[in-house]
Every structure is written in C-alpha cells, then in structure tokens.
Write a new protein. Structure first.
Lengths: 74, 530, 356
C-alpha cells in the first residue's frame, strides 16, 4: 500500500493521497495510468491486464492496492 | 437522407409520433424498424455489411459469455480444485474465448479494411514495387463504403471486447444487438457509444416527457444552427483556399486554417447535437462527444474533449491493451535492465502512443495525410510529456500562474494554434502540398492578401462573413456561459414566453440565414465520410 | 396541469407554424419589379372559370392572343394559361390543373416548345410552377420538370429555395406579403402597347443537324391529346406568327403530319401573316419576337373566326358571361390607356406596367 502511495507521489508530488476520484477528476491521465501499471509490474511482478484498467480500479490508492493484491492472489 | 433534409425531419417526426402512440413494448422494435428504413434509404446493398457485423458480433459475444458461464459453474461445482488446476482451467477457457474474440474482430475489421483501406494499401505497395519492377497491382474501383461503417464497426468491437473482458454479459436478443449497432441518429457521425451506457435507455420503455422533449428539440435547433448557418457557409471559402494553394499562400493559409477550425467544429458538433437531440426525443441517452475542446490548455486535454468517444475507444481498446501486452512488458523489462528505469517507463507509452495515433490517423481517412496528421499529434503529446519536468520547475517558480487569465489564455491560444497547423494535413490534398502551404506561412506571408478583394473572391459575400462571424460570437458566448452550467436550464428558468421567443428566433435565423438549398451543397456532413 | 401542458405545446406549434408561414410569404419572390410573368400561373385561380377555349403555351400565346378581342368580336370566353418558356410538360400539367376547375370545349396548344427536349433553366420551372395550387397535379408537374439539382420539398416549401433572398427584400415584399399584387394579365394575356419594328427581313435559322423533336415531347403531345379526348375537348395546334425563335419547315411538316394523323386542326400563322394583316414594322414591340397589343388584336380577330367555326360558342347575351367579361374588358381598356399614357410621357415601356 505504501509503495502505491509512493508511486503516486512520484507522479504528482502535490497529490492528495486520500482522494478517491483520481481518474474521474482527471488527476491521473492515461499516461500516468500506464506508468503506474509499468511500476506495478516492476515492483510486484504482476501484469495488470487491460480488462482491469477501468477508472474504478485507479481512482484511489486503496483501489489500486486492492486490485494489485487480488491479482497477486490469482 | 442526410440530417439537412426535410425528409429527415419528417421521418423523425413520424417515428417520434409512433413511438409514443404505440404500446410501450413496441418502442424499441420501432426504433429498429426506423433504423433499418433509414439505412435502406441510402443503399440497400449496405444492409449486407451491417447485418454481417451484427450477427457475427452477437454470436461471438454470446459464445464468450456462455464459455465463461460454463467456467464459473464448473469452478463452483468443484471447490476442491487447487489453485494451479483452477488457473489451468481458466486459461483453457480464456484460450477459447480469445479465439472467438479474435475471429470476430478479424472479420469485422477485415471488412472495414477491405472496403476502406485496400486501395490505399495497394497504392503503397505499388509505389514500393515500382522501384524494382514496372508492373502494378490493379486497384479496385467502385468499392462500396457502407454508411457509418467506421462508427458501427468500432462500436460493436468495443461491445465484444468488453464482453470478453468480462465487464458485462452478452446481450441475448439479436434484435437488441442490431438496434445498438444501427440506431439511426448515430449512423451518420457517431458517437461511438458504449453498450452499457446506451442499452438501458435504448431498450426500456419511455413515456412522453415534456421537458426532455423540449430540451431535445432545443438541442436539435442549436445543432442545425451550427451546421447550416455557419459550417455550410464557411465550407465554400475553406475549399476555395485549400484547393488553390498557389493562389492563396502565407497568411491565407492561416486564415483558411482558422475558418476550417470553425467549420469543422460547427459541422461535427452540430451533427452530434442533432444526433443527441434526436436520440433524446426517444428518451435514449447517447454519449457526449465534445466538451468545449477549443478551451483546452494542451493537446492531450484537447483530445479528451474533442471526439471524446473515439479517444476513449482508442485509449481503452488500443492504448491500454498494448501497454500491458506481454511483448511490450518484456521489452520494458529488457529496457530496464539495459538502460534503466527511466527508459523502461517510456517503452510502453511510446509504443502504444505511436500505434494509437497511427490508427487514429488512419481512422479519419485512408491517406498519408491523415496518418501524418496522427503522428503529428503523437509527436506533440510525447514532446510535451517529456517536457513535464521543465513545466514543473516553471510552475514551482511561479506557483500561482495557473490561475492567471493571461497564462490560461496563452495556453489555449497555443493549443489551438498547434491544432490548426496539424489540421492543415486534413485540408490539403496531399502531403507535399500541405508542407508547401505550411512553409509558405513563413517564406511568403503575403500579409497584403488579407483584404476585401481577396476575401470576397473566396465565394462568400460580406453578408456571409458577417453572419458567420456573428454566429461564431454567439457560439463562443454560449460556451462561456456553459462553463457555469446548462444554458437550456438557464433559459428554462426565465419562463415560457422568453423561451419561446429565444427558440423561435433561432428557428427563424436557421431558416433564413442557413446556407442550404440550391447553390449550397449541404448534404454531406464532413464526418460522415469517415 | 395536463391541460396547461397541452396548451403550451399548442401555443408553441402555432407560433412556429405562423412564423414559418410569415417568413415564407415574406421571402417568396413577388414578381413585381422583375420577371413579372411569374404572377401568371397564380392569377388563373382568380378568374371566373367558365372558359370555352383554353390556350396553353409560352410567350407565343400569352403575349399574342388577346381573349378580350375574342370576346368582343366573337363572344368566345377564353383564358391563356401561359408562362415564360413553358415547356410541353408544363403545358400538360397546366391543362390538367385547369381541368380540375372547368372543362373547356377547345384547347389550343402552341407548338414552339416541341423544340425543347429538356429543362432549360430552373428559373422557368419556378415561374411556371410556384404559382400553382398544391395538388397531385402540381406534385407530378414538379417531378416532371425538376432539374437534377432541384428538390420536390423546395417546391412544397418554397422558402427552402428562396430563403437567401433576405438580402434583396424590398418594400413590395412586405406590401404583398398577404395579398396579391394588382392583376397583371387580362384573362392570361400580357399587353404591351409600344412598338419596336422589325427593320430587316425576318431572320432565317441556321441549318440544324437533326430536325426531329425529342421523344419526350412527342410523348407529352400524345398525353395532351388523350387528356383532351378524355375530357371531350377538341385539341387545336397553333404556331404564332412571330419570327424568332425561328420555326423550321422541317419542324412544321412533322406537326402537320401529326395533326393529319389524328385529325387535329393546326394553324401555322406564319403562313397567313398577310391575311391576318400583321405588319412587323408596327405590330411588334421587340422586332418580331412578340406581338404588341395591336398585333395581338389582329391575330385574335383572325383566329377567333376559326375557333368559332371549330365550335367555340358565342356567349354574348348570357348574363353571367356578360358580367365577368364586362369587368375584363374594362380592365383591358384601363391597362391599354395606362400604358399609352406612360408611352406618351416617357417614350418607353419596360416590363408589363399595369395600374393598381
């Protein structure tokens, strides 16, 4: 979880980590999302499939973490 | 029948009347019938193509849903299975569903490619082989390009990919899939709708709602105003300028680009306003396609606000899948080991962006002009992405500048200037001409050409310019107000008489000042040729 | 609540329809300052429809045949359904339209338009058809006449064609928005009292590659003939005695042949110029292309005798005829006097001036 927040802050230093509408509010754009996916791949060795790239999974740090953990479980 | 025809209006009026008079359970079948009739009014031969798309997509989607249901049932029945066994079983199902998806997509994009791109493709091959040998592969003449094929192919592709992703279940009624594919207001110029967004309102029963109908009619009027009064008027001058780059160099290129920006915006958003208005008359919701794109502060934002549904489509079904595709991931890993994290981060973005913009360019037309136009967009976006650290430093120095009006205006003007230059590709007839025209802005600006004689030589009278200018001002004003909320709601609050007066006036303006009828050819929306 | 909504919708509909009608009325050409012939088609509906003889054709009828003369000299009640460059399909539908209101005993068709196998100019379609009342006849007429770039809807809603007139509106457009301008023709006849003589010999046409008339013209001539037959009207063919456009002997013989084949009377008045007494130095206002009122009176007087012998009844003494023709005669003399006054004062006449 902390890793995720770190990644987010690296992208946008002034990002509000509590925010739960990162994509919906346009804080994260598609390039940010892809950067996150790449970082997740590097960090956790999980490939986020395209089918999981929906706003709901990237709207908050916790949502991203949830997605990553469920992917790791599979 | 295009949007700008009395027949279309009568057709819509008849459909709406029947829609609310007939029993409610007949509503969506009526829409399907109307869509078929609309399609048939163009060319009966088109029917075969859209039917193949509908049936194949319906069938493959059902199959994928079934396979997945079977898998889930099996997994539920066998809770004793270990993790690896489960995984293996899932992989097996996935392979099958993948096969269905790919077959279906290949078929449909194959049709699109064969009809729209084959001649372009052969032409390029010929150009290459002509270096070596004299012979040529013949191109096909008289290829049929079914109405709206780019729109419905993408729409249905999105649907089946979503089903494959497991985002929702396949629709079990083939006629409903047929209606989703062919819903007539969206055939001419999109939007490229998402199934879960449209379906609930497309197939449900609707009662007459006065306010909804009123808003819909108002939107239709507004669409016609943009399309008929402004776009169709300006198109004459745009064509005059771009068809003779020798005669109109330098400042006239810039002037043409400005006119084209206004024309394109009015034509396309006008068409979408009519589409959405007509759909709303039936109580159907379709996606917004524009969000005041000319107020964007950078190109990436522009593309999130212009032709939104196309951008989202490419993002969801090209950009993300490519970024996460296994070969790309491998490449990323390789890059990380060789060149470090910085390069690795860029690999998926670069690969996917280039493919995305190549496809976006090709979607707009089978020619190098459009492909270069796409690559131009890609280049600008990637460069601005690379410059991000610079921007960040600049903003750190001037923390408040983002809220300053002059900075915002500067960004908006810059974005539009870049977009206007890029759009030259889609105006001039081929790539060399485009570059020549662009270059002439610097080599021979010819500022003295911007005078009354030249302007009146473009096929527009002084009155035409005045009307177009007033119309653009009005649209600008409405857009400014729109940032604070729905203009129709505001007008609504002023009461019945005011509302009636405003829209009666708009109606009169369209009828009188519209550039339609003999002497004007307003039957083709720019975006329906894609 | 419900009735309030309905009321509001009703008001909206009424406002929009009224607005549309008013704009259409405003923007339709009134044909008062130019192309005045555009008023002819509509004027027919204001006439007392009791005509025994009906003329159809182009300017060769409406400027050369004077129904008032026919009435005064022979008691023949007639009307000229003419329009500028009336093509044969226009003529056919003009006739069909007139037959919806009355059944004449004789229909006279002027054969000059046999030479045109296709529409010449959109404007003439408008001049001929816009004045026609909406009916299935009109729809068919439009379909038959349209050039490829025209559309049926723009005839049904003429504003679609004429909306771009907004920058040429003048006071007449307001004045005659809801009422018609003063009667231009007298029973379809357009008068000119001035004279511009033919100073040379009548022009002779260039040789043509092909003298046969277009198939479509024969088709419509046949349709006109059958329509007359079905309605018990006698079809008579005529060619006005005007020297331009040139009427070729080769054309004439084809018409003669057709007339003989079907037992129709055909008068080529070019052959009887001397007999009629037409003097091209006095009886034309544009060097022989159209007759002026003096020429038209001579021609009508000559033709009237023939029409009477063909069975056009003498209606003098019948009260309702006397009544309607008295009005027309009065108007005729009034217009004639009006134009003569203008001619005296200014020396020239342009268009077809009529008193209010």
């Amino acid at each position: 979880m902390d890793k995720i927040i770190e990644m987010l802050l690296q992208l946008h230093p002034d990002l509000d980590v509590e925010c739960d509408s990162l994509v919906d509010d346009g804080i994260l754009n598609s390039i940010d999302v892809v950067t996150l996916v790449t970082e997740i791949f590097n960090e956790f060795d999980v490939t986020v499939p395209a089918s999981e790239i929906v706003p709901e999974n990237f709207n908050s740090a916790s949502a991203i973490w949830e997605m990553v953990s469920s992917l790791m479980d599979e | 029948m295009g949007f700008v025809s009395v027949w279309f209006l009568l057709f819509c009026a008849a459909a709406v009347l029947l829609y609310y008079v007939l029993p409610k359970k007949w509503q969506w079948p009526l829409l399907l019938t109307a869509s078929c009739a609309f399609y048939a009014s163009y060319d009966l031969r088109y029917f075969g193509f859209i039917a193949v798309t509908t049936v194949s997509v319906y069938f493959a989607a059902c199959k994928i849903s079934q396979l997945r249901a079977k898998q889930n049932a099996y997994l539920q029945e066998h809770p004793e299975l270990g993790k690896d066994e489960k995984k293996a079983y899932k992989a097996k199902t996935k392979k099958k569903t993948w096969a269905w998806l790919i077959t279906c997509l290949l078929l449909n994009f194959g049709i699109l490619f064969a009809l729209k791109y084959i001649n372009f493709f052969i032409g390029n091959i010929n150009a290459i082989i002509s270096i070596f040998i004299e012979s040529k592969i013949p191109t096909f003449d008289k290829l049929l390009l079914p109405l709206g094929i780019s729109y419905y192919t993408f729409k249905t592709a999105g649907y089946i990919i979503d089903v494959y992703f497991g985002r929702y279940e396949a629709e079990r009624n083939i006629f409903k899939v047929a209606l989703f594919t062919s819903f007539f207001p969206t055939l001419l110029n999109g939007p490229i709708d998402r199934f879960p967004l449209t379906a609930p309102t497309l197939f449900s029963e609707h009662s007459w709602d006065e306010k909804r109908a009123r808003f819909a009619l108002q939107r239709i009027l507004w669409g016609y105003f943009k399309k008929v009064v402004i776009a169709d008027r300006l198109v004459v001058a745009v064509i005059a300028i771009v068809s003779d780059p020798e005669k109109y160099p330098g400042v006239m290129v810039a002037f043409g680009a400005l006119l084209y920006a206004a024309e394109l915006y009015c034509d396309f958003t006008g068409g979408i306003d009519i589409t959405i208005g007509v759909a709303n008359l039936f109580g159907v919701e379709v996606s917004e396609n524009f969000l005041r794109p000319f107020f964007s502060k950078n190109i990436a934002e522009y593309w999130r606000r212009w032709h939104i549904t196309l951008g989202t489509w490419f993002k969801d079904y090209t950009f993300y899948p490519l970024c996460t595709a296994k070969p790309v991931m491998k490449l990323t890993k390789f890059a990380k080991n060789k060149f470090g994290a910085g390069a690795a981060k860029r690999v998926p973005i670069y690969v996917a962006s280039i493919v995305l913009w190549f496809c976006t360019g090709a979607w707009h037309g089978a020619s190098w002009n459009f492909i270069l136009w796409g690559m131009g967009n890609c280049f600008v976006i990637l460069v601005s992405q690379e410059l991000t650290p610079l921007y960040k430093r600049f903003h750190a120095k001037h923390p408040d500048i983002d809220n300053k009006w002059y900075y915002k205006t500067m960004c908006i003007v810059r974005t539009n200037a870049i977009m206007c230059c890029l759009r030259l590709f889609d105006c001039y007839k081929d790539v060399p001409t485009t570059f020549k025209a662009f270059g002439s802005m610097f080599t021979k600006p010819s500022f003295n050409m911007l005078n009354g004689t030249t302007l009146l030589d473009l096929g527009l009278t002084a009155a035409d310019y005045a009307i177009a200018f007033a119309g653009i001002l009005l649209i600008f004003a409405v857009s400014m107000i729109q940032r604070r909320g729905s203009v129709r709601e505001m007008i609504d609050k002023k009461g019945f008489a005011f509302r009636l007066a405003v829209f009666a006036l708009l109606f009169a303006v369209i009828i009188v000042f519209g550039a339609y009828g003999l002497g004007y050819d307003s039957n083709s929306f720019i975006y329906s040729k894609f | 609540m419900r009735s309030k909504v309905i009321l509001r919708v009703l008001i909206c509909v009424i406002v929009f329809v009224l607005l549309f009608i008013c704009l259409q009325r405003l923007l339709m050409p009134k044909y008062t300052r130019e192309a005045e012939e555009g008023r002819l088609t509509a004027e027919y509906y204001g006439s007392d429809k009791n005509h025994d003889v009906l003329f159809i054709g182009d300017c060769e009828v409406y400027e050369n045949i004077s129904p008032v003369t026919l009435w005064r000299e022979y008691g023949i009640s007639s009307y000229v359904r003419g329009s500028p460059q009336q093509l044969i399909w226009h003529s056919y539908y003009m006739l069909e339209d007139a037959l919806r209101y009355e059944t004449p005993k004789i229909v006279v068709f002027n054969v000059l338009s046999m030479k045109y196998g296709e529409p010449q100019n959109e404007a003439y379609n408008r001049l001929a058809l816009d004045g026609m009342r909406l009916s299935s006849t009109k729809i068919n007429a439009i379909k038959a006449s349209m050039k490829s770039e025209e559309s049926l809807m723009s005839y049904i809603f003429p504003i679609l064609r004429f909306h771009s007139r907004w920058n040429e509106l003048n006071s007449d457009d307001l004045k005659y928005m809801f009422c018609s301008p003063p009667q231009l023709s007298v029973a379809g006849y357009l008068m000119r009292v001035d004279c511009r003589p033919l100073k040379t010999d009548p022009p002779v046409g260039h040789q043509l590659m092909d003298y046969s008339f277009a198939d479509i013209c024969w088709e419509y001539l046949e349709k006109i003939r059958t329509l007359c037959e079905e309605n018990g009207a006698k079809l008579v063919l005529m060619k006005a005695p005007t020297v331009a456009p040139y009427w070729y002997a080769e054309w004439d013989s084809q018409i003669v042949e057709y007339a003989n084949k079907h037992g129709l009377a055909y008068y080529n008045f070019l052959n009887s110029v001397a007999e009629i007494g037409i003097d091209y130095t006095a009886d034309t206002y544009d060097e022989g292309q159209h007759l002026n009122v003096w020429g038209a009176e001579k021609l009508s007087s000559f033709f009237g005798k023939e029409l009477a012998s063909l069975g056009a009844p003498d209606r003098r003494g019948e009260a309702d005829y006397e009544q309607s023709w008295a009005k027309l005669c009065e108007r005729y003399d009034e217009v004639k006097q009006y134009q003569q006054d203008i001619l005296e004062q200014t020396g020239t006449i342009t268009g077809f001036p009529v008193p209010d």
